[in-house]
Design a protein around this ligand. Structure first.
Ligand SMILES: Cc1cc2nc3c(=O)[nH]c(=O)nc-3n(C[C@H](O)[C@H](O)[C@H](O)COP(=O)(O)OP(=O)(O)OC[C@H]3O[C@@H](n4cnc5c(N)ncnc54)[C@H](O)[C@@H]3O)c2cc1C
Length: 398
């Protein structure tokens, strides 16, 4: 019996940040990860200032900066006119220790944290352990996971479901996950081609609007990542075919040679939120609790902010400083931020990029430039898009 420990389902960025913070605070943790190793797919690649402030406490931020790219500025660009609205995160230097975004793949964060904690006495990370069922009583939780083709039961004081979008924890508890699935899919292609040497004045992060097809161009250490929406009726297979992707990349910058495409994905986008983040001794965090489109790079960051909030409460409960009722505050504090801040901002970004009417696009672009060029207007915009406003709001909720 290990009823003093916290069980975490999922060794993604959210589960591992939760494990790091709990174990650092002296609480034993067991992480159950369905995969045989940490996932290495290309997903999140942006760390916002408040996330860097949080991870700094454990020396993780310095490691991300060492292997990632520091992006003090980011841009909206108009594909047709070539005009830019460039935002400088330096205007936030009085409210964050890290007035920049760090561009680094999320699988490097999980590797950093796993390497840090894997040999700690109070941490156990079990790979190939897929949570199948769970139950709870007044004393603790019991989790059944499949390991090596057998069912094994694990006991703990609390369970965090950080097991991603198709969360077995959320589904097992019967918690609703209302929202929408977008009609368009997103196509992602990565190439080592140095766009920055050919397109003048680019930032490391560029959201490019266009009357035909918008795209996002993001730099990570060895690659440029591009992201496009699919067109209505477009064949899914064609969208990620060599020909389909070459056409899109040639549309960004025409070249005589084909692009070297080293990674490609096509994925469906959802905007959903769990009806509650807590059921007794079991809580949801990260993609298990909420999904949003990736425009603005907020999904993983918001999940890490959940993990931060929740582990703060679990640490105080397990030290006997607060009672379990603070866990209800977790839903109260984090759910509205997922809906009214993160999803709303991501949807605004999508609408801005999707706008086809040239007049409306021109007007929005002018407004964006005015905001970017005036520090007094840029500040509230950046507080919102950098997720600082959402965190402040969540902390103010009782
Ligand atoms: C293309 C793309 C680009 C993105 N870009 C950004 C970005 O720039 N910035 C940003 O903040 N977000 C971004 N996101 C979102 C981000 O990737 C997710 O929000 C983030 O991965 C959520 O982390 P998580 O730990 O909650 O879930 P996941 O990363 O999905 O991790 C869940 C883990 O749980 C494991 N698991 C699943 N089921 C079980 C089970 N039954 N038992 C045990 N383990 C289980 C999985 O194997 C996995 O390791 C992007 C997403 C995509 C798809």
């Amino acid at each position: 019996m290990a009823r003093d420990r916290v069980i975490i389902a999922g060794a993604g960025p959210v589960g591992l940040v939760a494990a790091l913070r709990l174990a650092s605070g002296g609480v034993p943790v067991l992480v159950l990860e369905a995969g045989d190793d940490l996932a290495i797919d290309l997903r999140a690649s942006t760390f916002h200032p408040p996330t860097l402030d949080m991870l700094d406490e454990f020396g993780v931020t310095a490691k991300l900066i060492e292997i990632g790219l520091v992006a003090p500025k980011w841009q909206f660009r108009d594909r047709e006119s070539g005009e830019r609205a460039e935002f400088d995160l330096g205007v936030l230097s009085d409210v964050t220790e890290h007035p920049y975004r760090v561009q680094c793949e999320q699988h490097k964060l999980t590797r950093i944290i796993h390497d840090m904690i894997k040999d700690w006495d109070n941490v156990e990370v079990l790979f190939g352990a897929k949570l199948k069922a769970m139950s709870q009583d007044g004393e603790g939780v019991r989790v059944t996971a499949e390991t090596d083709g057998k069912d094994e039961v694990f006991e703990g004081a609390y369970l965090i479901g950080a097991d991603g979008a198709s969360s077995a924890v959320r589904i097992g508890l019967g918690i609703g996950f209302e929202g929408i699935t977008y009609p368009e899919l997103f196509v992602q292609a990565s190439t080592p081609f140095p766009f920055h040497e050919h397109i003048p004045n680019m930032s490391l992060i560029n959201y490019v609007s266009d009357s035909e097809e918008w795209y996002v161009l993001l730099k990570v250490p060895d690659l440029w990542r591009t992201l496009f929406p699919t067109r209505q009726g477009e064949d899914e297979e064609y969208a990620v075919s060599e020909e389909g992707l070459q056409k899109r990349l040639q549309g960004i910058l025409p070249r005589d040679e084909p692009y070297d495409i080293v990674h490609r994905t096509l994925y469906r986008i959802h905007q959903r939120v769990a009806s509650t983040y807590r059921m007794g001794r079991i809580c949801l965090a990260g993609d298990a609790a909420h999904l949003n489109n990736p425009l603005g790079g907020m999904g993983m960051n918001g999940g890490i902010h959940d993990a931060w909030n929740l582990t703060g409460k679990l640490l105080s409960i397990l030290k006997g400083e607060e009672d379990e009722s603070v866990l209800d505050r977790y839903t109260r504090q984090r759910k509205p931020i997922a809906v009214e801040n993160v999803q709303a901002q991501a949807e605004r970004n999508r609408q801005l990029l999707n706008e086809r009417d040239p007049k409306v696009r021109r007007k929005s672009f002018r407004e964006m430039q005015e905001t970017a060029n005036d520090p007094e207007k840029a500040r509230p915009f950046l507080l919102r898009s950098s997720m600082i406003e959402g965190l402040r709001r969540s902390e103010s909720i009782e």
